[in-house]
Ligand binder design. Structure first.
Ligand code: PMP
Length: 405
C-alpha cells in the first residue's frame, strides 16, 4: 500500500495553505506537481552540465549529450520500445500529435475518400490536427459515438471499420470523464482493417503501464508534465518501420545528414524528427520523473488512485441533484455537475476552501455538447492524494451546494 505521508514530503508545493486552509490539489489531469527528484535533476543540469548537445567536442557538451540520450533510453525502457530510435522528444502531447498528423498528411498516403476516425471523448488536441489533415488531403473525419455511460460504442466503432478508414486517433483515458478505452482491442481491429493508429496517452502515462509492444499502435503521444515532469517536454513514440517510410517534418539543424544549396539528405531516426535545439533539461527531468514513478511502481499508484476515486464517487453519489459522468471503472478523473448550479461557481467556492479542481469543458467541447452541458467540475487524482483530500473535496462540494442554493 502506498504511504502517502512520506511521499508528500517529496512535493514541496503541496505544503502550503490557501486562505488558511490546507491545499488540496485535485487538478492533476491538467498538470501534476513535481517531486524534489525532478526539481533537482533540472537544477543539476543547469548548475553542472548546461551545454548544447550533439556535435560538441568539449566536456560539458559530452555530459549534456550523454544525459539527454540516457533520458531517451529511460523513456524507451519505460515504454518497452523495441529501440530508443523510436522515441522522439516533442514539446508535449499536442506537439506529438501535430507531428504525426503533419507527416501523414505530407506522405501522400491519405487522400479524398479516405476516412480518419476519432472518438467523441477526444481532447481538442486529438481532433483539430486531424481536421487540419482532412482539409489538406480531402479525407473526411468520422466520430466514434459515445454511450450515455461515457464509454465508446464498440458496436458502432466496429461498423465504422468497414469504411475506407486510414487513421484511428484515440485517447486511452478520457481527461474529461476518466473513461478507460479498450485500446488494445480497438487498435488491433483498426490495424486489421488497414488503419494507422495513434494513441493519445496524455492521461494514461501517469495511471497505467504503457507498453507499446502490447498496445500494438503505430504512434503513442504523451506529455511530461502529466507524469510529474516539467512542461514543454513530451514524447512521440513511433513504429520505426513506419517512421522510416514517412517524410521529414520541420527542417533545420540536427535533422540533416548533409546540406548543399542544391540538395539535403536527412538524418536517421530519431533525429530526423528533432530539428533544432531540443528541451535538454526537460528530457533529463522527464527521465527523473519516470524513475521516480517506477521507484514507487505504477501498479501500486493505480491501486491507490482507484481507491481514492471510488471513495469519492461513493460519497458523491448520495448527494441529491449531483450527476457523475463516465463509467464506474474510471481512472484519474471524476467529472460532475449539480442541477441548477454553474460549474464555475462551484469551482470558485471550492478554491476558497483550498480545494483546486478544474471547471469548464476540459478542451472537450464536442463531448460536453454530446452530454448537453457547457462544462463540468473535474477532480483528478495523483499518487500524492489521500483519503483526507477526498473527504475535504466531498465536504467542500456539500458546503458549496448549501451556499449556492
Ligand atoms: N490529450 C489529452 C487526453 C489530455 O488530457 C491533454 C492535456 N489536458 C492533451 C491531449 C494535451 O496535452 P498538452 O497540452 O500537454 O500538449
Amino acid at each position: 500500500m502506498l504511504s502517502t505521508d512520506s511521499l508528500l514530503a517529496d512535493f514541496p508545493i503541496l505544503d502550503q495553505t490557501i486562505q488558511g486552509q490546507r491545499l488540496v490539489y485535485l487538478d492533476n489531469a491538467a498538470t501534476t506537481q513535481k517531486p524534489m527528484a525532478v526539481l533537482l535533476a533540472s537544477r543539476h543540469y543547469y548548475e553542472a552540465i548546461n551545454s548544447n548537445i550533439h556535435r560538441g567536442t568539449h566536456r560539458l557538451a559530452r555530459a549534456a549529450t550523454d544525459a539527454f540520450e540516457k533520458a531517451r533510453e529511460t523513456v524507451a525502457a519505460h515504454l518497452n520500445a523495441a529501440s530508443s530510435k523510436e522515441v522522439i522528444f516533442t514539446s508535449g502531447t499536442t506537439g506529438g500529435i501535430n507531428l504525426a498528423a503533419d507527416i501523414l498528411a505530407l506522405s501522400g498516403r491519405i487522400g479524398p475518400g479516405d476516412q480518419v476516425l476519432v472518438s467523441t471523448l477526444e481532447h481538442h488536441s486529438n481532433i483539430v490536427p486531424w481536421q487540419m489533415l482532412c482539409q489538406r488531403t480531402g479525407a473526411s473525419l468520422k466520430v466514434i459515438p459515445c454511450q450515455d455511460d461515457g464509454a465508446l460504442d464498440q458496436h458502432g466503432f466496429n461498423e465504422m471499420l468497414d469504411g475506407p478508414v486510414k487513421i484511428l486517433a484515440l485517447t486511452w483515458i478520457s481527461n474529461a470523464f476518466g473513461t478507460v478505452n479498450p485500446v488494445v482491442e480497438m487498435t488491433r481491429s483498426a490495424r486489421e482493417a488497414g488503419a494507422i493508429v495513434l494513441i493519445d496517452a496524455a492521461q494514461a502515462i501517469a495511471h497505467l503501464p504503457v507498453d507499446v509492444q502490447v498496445l500494438g499502435a503505430d504512434f503513442v503521444a504523451f506529455s511530461g508534465h502529466k507524469i510529474y515532469a516539467p512542461t514543454g517536454i513530451g514524447v512521440l513514440w513511433g513504429r520505426s518501420s513506419l517512421l522510416n517510410e514517412l517524410p521529414p517534418w520541420q527542417g533545420g539543424g540536427e535533422m540533416i545528414r548533409e546540406v548543399t544549396f542544391q540538395h539535403t539528405t536527412y538524418n536517421e531516426l530519431p533525429f530526423k524528427y528533432e530539428a533544432g535545439t531540443p528541451n535538454i533539461e526537460g528530457a533529463i527531468a522527464l527521465a527523473a520523473a519516470i524513475d521516480y514513478v517506477n521507484g514507487i511502481g505504477i501498479d501500486v499508484i493505480r491501486v491507490h488512485e482507484n481507491k481514492l476515486i471510488h471513495s469519492a464517487s461513493d460519497a458523491l453519489s448520495s448527494i441529491k441533484g449531483l450527476r457523475l459522468y463516465g463509467p464506474e471503472d474510471r481512472s484519474g478523473s471524476l467529472s460532475l455537475t449539480i442541477d441548477g448550479l454553474h460549474h464555475y461557481d462551484i469551482g470558485t467556492l471550492l478554491d476558497n476552501m483550498g480545494v483546486a479542481v478544474r471547471t469548464g469543458h476540459h478542451c472537450c467541447q464536442p463531448l460536453m455538447a454530446r452530454f448537453g452541458t457547457t462544462g463540468t467540475v473535474r477532480a483528478s487524482f495523483a499518487l500524492y492524494n489521500t483519503l483526507r483530500d477526498v473527504e475535504s473535496f466531498v465536504a467542500a462540494i456539500e458546503k458549496s451546494i448549501m451556499m449556492l442554493r
